[in-house]
Write a protein that binds this ligand. Sequence first.
Ligand SMILES: [Zn+2]
Ligand SMILES: [Zn+2]
Length: 289
Amino acid sequence: MKKTVFMLFQPTALVLIVVLWATIPADWLKVAWFPTAISIVTLLLVQTLEFLNERHAGWRMNIRELLTDLFYMILFYTVIGKLETWLFDDPLLSAKESLGISAAWATQLPFVAQVALTLLVFELGQYWLHRLMHNSFLWWTHAPHHHITQLNAVKGLVGNPLELLLISIGVTGLLDVPLNATFCAFNILTAVAAFAHANVRFDPPRWYAYVFTTIETHSLHHRVGFLDTRCNYANVLILLDHLFSTYREGEATVVGQDELRRLSIAEQFLFPLRPLMAWRRARSASTPG
Ligand SMILES: [Zn+2]
Ligand SMILES: [Zn+2]
């Protein structure tokens, strides 16, 4: 019975999220904090599942991890969210208006298609950005996320602030879909990213694991060794990894980088400066004193 409930949990949750946003009273959409509150509730609900059906004892939540996860959750939904709106969303909408860009055809689509389109557009951008992060200097912003030594529901938000800002950027603002479809797509993104980092034994149906990222495929992305992380890039739609030939089957129980040392929040913040600090150290060592 418990096995079946957990097996069906992820697909059922996604259906319920679609029903919630399809039927939400229009007045609630005007409440600025409402979508954020739903995202936070989603993350915390997924975290509580760990206490009901744990995946690995080595990833068990403790007070240090919990405080770190809560710190990043607050940072993401306050400072990072505001910065992203100010630096990217607002200029994008102004450009859309002044250039007369329109995607009015999207308003004619059924609700589920509007949600799927928003999800796909955002995920396509995220897939290529994430792949670029693993194959360029952007790794220095993304590496702190890979230095985490255990996976839990909110860990998708643990990383360097620069990376958190980059992973918030998308062009879904160009799509003319109603607000509830946009909020629904982002609620699904939050839920699947939480499932994919959660220390929970779901063991979902095969069709679900073919389309959506799971803890199995995402833990493999988190395994030790920089080159071994170059697979399963999709945060939410693992279907894209199948499509672009970066999919790898399996799962990892040991996650992290280098000597598996957990970074402090200060180290996560300063991580992108490491190449500069290494260069300065090398320069002063080579300078005759
Ligand atoms: Zn990565
Ligand atoms: Zn991750």
